[in-house]
Ligand binder design. Structure first.
Ligand SMILES: [Zn+2]
Length: 411
């Protein structure tokens, strides 16, 4: 059976028909629709499915060499999501598995995995299945207390799906023989479209620094306090937001800084702002550069506080290290893209992906991005040209063969 990329597009449309509605994809993990999507997927693979302790679905094409090339994605979606986010790779992976199965025993074991609950849409915990398999899940005590919007406890809902939270980390054994991990995903951003390129190689996922920055001034009457006598905390927030744009611009290399929220108190029209609580998110692929972006923002905030005669205080909310993909696999991915599309491009990923968890576990990893129209995702408007989807399936197929050969050539 030769590779048939147009079948992938047809199957993705069929999946959307089966599990979506007028508002978009509804394959939220740990719901009946998600179960239907998993069953639909299992019917498509010419191999027996195995479900691990974290709810991940695996299909294995065995070979004499137990070293395994993994192809992974996630069939779950956000509510009112797009038809391609996550589903593209598992469905494209099915096509590659069918082609390989038809050709007989591959040179190394090849496995397809559908990760459970990448999106974290129901309980707010992203990358559930992949972090369990990677062994990085360390928040089980906290997860025990999580509830969905209807008040259902996470452990109870998982149990209904055959997953015992206390045993989820036993999924780690699935990565024991993993020698490489490949993931194709829609870009979910505008870069490839702006370059008019169908495909790109992902260098890694951004590190993230997330802080609450609080400026404190003095509440004072809006009518009786002259402009030059004010200690206005909002002025600090406003200046820091503009400073952040300069920091990102001057840093370059894909640097992004976002002040996603400012809460002002007392927050009434008749008072100068006394406190402004800002949420700041900074991302970069290089750890030292990310650290210097944070330093620059802190120094900027001190200068601004001095200028405005206010105080500033920083508190870290969350951080994650940048995760870099494997240099050899990046080369192989680039060759594969050039073979099917002529030109490739290297870019970082702003969003996190299951691939980051697998890479963190020490498995050589790479991702392919295919162009997203208008850069939109997590909405029913998410889309990619059919011809680009077909090129993406071909690139994944070429990359799989190259990776099998690469794994075979390593000691
Ligand atoms: Zn995704």
């Amino acid at each position: 059976m030769a590779l048939d990329p147009s079948r992938t597009v047809a199957e993705l449309r069929e999946l959307q028909e089966l599990t979506g509605d007028a508002d978009g994809a509804q394959r939220v993990a740990w719901t009946d629709t998600w179960v239907r999507a998993k069953e639909w997927l299992a019917e498509r693979v010419p191999l027996e499915a195995e479900v691990d302790e974290a709810g991940n679905q695996w299909w294995t094409l065995p070979a004499r060499s137990e070293k395994a090339v993994l192809i992974g994605g996630h069939i779950d979606s956000v509510p009112n999501g797009g038809w391609l986010d996550g589903a593209l790779n598992v469905v494209a992976g099915v096509e590659v598995m069918r082609r390989l199965a038809e050709e007989g025993e591959p040179a190394t074991t090849v496995r397809l995995v559908n990760w459970a609950d990448e999106e974290g849409a129901r309980f707010g915990r992203s990358l559930f299945g992949s972090s369990a398999a990677a062994g990085s899940m360390a928040d089980q005590d906290e997860l025990r207390t999580r509830r969905d919007a209807e008040g259902n406890a996470l452990p109870d809902v998982l149990a209904e799906h055959g997953v015992d939270l206390d045993r989820a980390l036993e999924a780690r054994k699935q990565l024991e023989n993993a020698a490489a991990y490949l993931e194709l995903h829609i870009e979910q951003g505008p870069v490839l479209e702006s370059l008019d390129l169908p495909l790109g190689v992902v260098l890694g996922t951004f590190g993230v620094e997330r802080h609450q920055v609080t400026f404190r001034g003095q509440a004072a009457h809006a009518g009786s306090t002259p402009m030059d006598k004010r200690r206005d905390a909002l002025a600090g927030a406003a200046k820091l937001e503009l400073e952040n744009r300069e920091i990102a611009k001057r840093t370059g290399g894909g640097a992004v800084c976002t002040m996603g929220s400012v809460v002002t108190k007392p927050g009434i029209v008749t008072s100068v702002v006394e406190t402004a609580e800002c949420l700041l998110d900074q991302r970069h692929l290089d750890p030292a550069t990310l650290a210097s972006m944070l330093e620059a923002a802190k120094a900027g905030s001190e200068r601004i506080a001095h200028e405005e005669d206010i105080e500033v205080e920083w508190e870290r909310i969350w951080q994650i290290e940048p995760i870099l993909f494997d240099d050899d696999l990046i080369e192989l991915a680039e060759e594969s893209i050039q073979e099917v599309a002529g030109t490739s491009h290297r870019l970082p990923s702003g969003p996190l992906h299951d691939a980051a968890e697998v890479a963190r576990a020490g498995v050589p990893t790479v991702m392919l991005f295919v162009q997203s129209l208008r850069g939109l995702s997590h909405t029913k408007l998410e889309d990619t040209k059919e011809e680009h989807l077909e090129l993406a399936v071909q690139a994944l197929d070429r990359l799989t063969d190259r990776t099998i050969a690469w794994v075979g050539s390593r000691p």
